[in-house]
Design a protein around this ligand. Structure first.
Ligand SMILES: [Zn+2]
Length: 425
């Protein structure tokens, strides 16, 4: 990692709550000052910010990053076929080493496309934590618990989560937080869901779960529990402001009121919902009701990349076409979802360029044809830019990429290793 106690991003166009031209002084892990008066003697390291848009690092609120190994597996199948016949049989062959490699590859991809924080749910989580440690990115990590209504399995799943809290929470200069992550109401027993929430509350952790992703799930829960998914989770005490619910595609008006009242955050995954034909989540309605919504990529095999720039554009376009109204999801709403709303969902002091916030910042190149002219920087970011326009990435005050060169990951080495090993699955 490039260690610099102070970094000055000089004379740049900053997009955050407002768009302005200024310089940013970072000291250690924090944004210390934003001003037009800073000069190059104020820091040990100076980054020229002219011709760059400087903005908060993007926050991916729902991922399974090691699934990079499964890129291209089971395309064009229904969610249940995809899971049962393609993904779960291959995941049964996963091991520590492979999860580490897949995670490392994902971090190379995320940093290169401007993501500085991700909220993950998967297996062999200590291996993902090791890759987080080495790559310098920020993460909320949960072990994806699935008991399939088996009591012994429930106990061992909870134990794995407890161990993860002990080994990883608040580690790596505080870049890693652990969340409790029961997979979904249709793969977890009621007892596991209740105990997961107790475990999260006892340790003051977030609870990360898939909810109301498909119509099938809603029908199954209605049969088993005589309730809608969010209502069922609310009845058993799982929902509050520490809950991050991925998807929320098929919610009723009644459920939206519960989500709002309980302060649950939604992680919206437009690519995954489109590719698996899960449906279109009512994001414009959520925002109108004041529900906190972040954006996620979900796993690579239902996306098939981790580029949050394309998720932002899809988020906006999907709502516009669904409601036949181009006025919904204006650029600032989409931008907030991918930055400060994500930080709010994860309970992190980041997602905005402001003095006192953690220094998670990206610089985006503007001297490319598709970003020209720079009439409206925010518009260009949401509708014109590509993840590969990201030039420089800073996370926790450390430079992870500069001039499009990764500083903490040997990119070619990890590509070669994954190409050699992914087929072991
Ligand atoms: Zn998912």
């Amino acid at each position: 990692m490039t260690e610099s106690n102070s970094i000055l991003i000089k004379d740049t166009t900053i997009i955050s709550d407002e768009t302005k031209k200024a310089s940013i002084l970072i000291v250690d892990d924090t944004i210390q000052e934003i001003s037009t008066k800073l000069n190059k003697n104020d820091a040990e390291k100076v980054i020229d910010g002219t011709n760059k848009i400087t903005m908060p690092g993007l926050i991916n609120t729902h991922s399974h990053v090691a699934m990079t190994l499964l890129r291209g597996v089971g395309d064009d199948q229904s969610l249940q076929t995809w899971l049962n016949e393609y993904i779960w049989p291959k995941e049964a062959n996963l091991n520590e080493e492979l999860v580490y490699l897949g995670s490392k590859l994902a971090m190379a991809e995320m940093i290169k496309t401007g993501t500085t924080t991700f909220n993950d749910m998967y297996f062999y989580v200590e291996e993902t934590a090791k890759a987080v440690d080495e790559s310098g990115i920020r993460a909320v990590l949960g072990y994806g618990m699935i008991d399939l209504f088996d009591e012994e399995k429930m106990k061992s799943e909870l134990k794995t989560s407890e161990q993860l809290i002990k080994s990883c929470h608040n580690t790596c200069e505080n870049r890693i937080k652990v969340a409790v992550a029961p997979h979904a109401p249709y793969t977890c027993s009621e007892e596991l869901l209740v105990k997961s929430k107790q475990l999260a509350t006892k340790n003051d952790l977030k609870l990360h779960i898939h909810v109301s992703e498909t119509k099938q799930e809603v029908e199954d829960i209605a049969k088993d529990k005589k309730e809608t998914p969010f209502k069922y989770l609310d009845n058993i005490g799982v929902l509050d402001s520490n809950t991050i619910a991925a998807h929320g595609v098929w919610t009723t008006a009644d459920e939206m009121n519960i989500i709002k009242e309980k302060g649950v955050s939604i992680a919206h995954n437009p690519s995954s919902n489109m590719k698996l034909a899960s449906g279109i989540a009512p994001i414009a309605e959520y925002l109108e009701k004041g529900i906190n919504v972040g954006i996620g990529t979900d796993g690579v095999s239902s996306n098939n990349n981790l580029d949050m720039f394309s998720e932002m554009k899809l988020t906006a376009f999907l709502q516009k076409v669904n409601l036949l109204d181009p006025r919904v999801l204006p650029t600032k709403d989409t931008f907030d979802m991918a930055t400060k709303n994500g930080a709010k969902a994860l309970g992190l002091n980041t997602g905005i360029i402001e003095e006192g916030k953690l220094a998670d910042i990206i610089l985006v190149d503007t001297l490319v044809p598709h970003m020209t002219p720079l009439r409206n920087a925010l518009s260009n970011i949401i509708y014109s830019s590509l993840g590969t326009d990201v030039d420089t990435v800073i996370c926790n005050g450390n430079i992870l990429m500069e001039n499009k060169v990764l500083k903490t990951i040997n990119e070619q080495e990890i590509i070669q290793e994954v190409n050699e090993r992914a087929f072991e699955l």
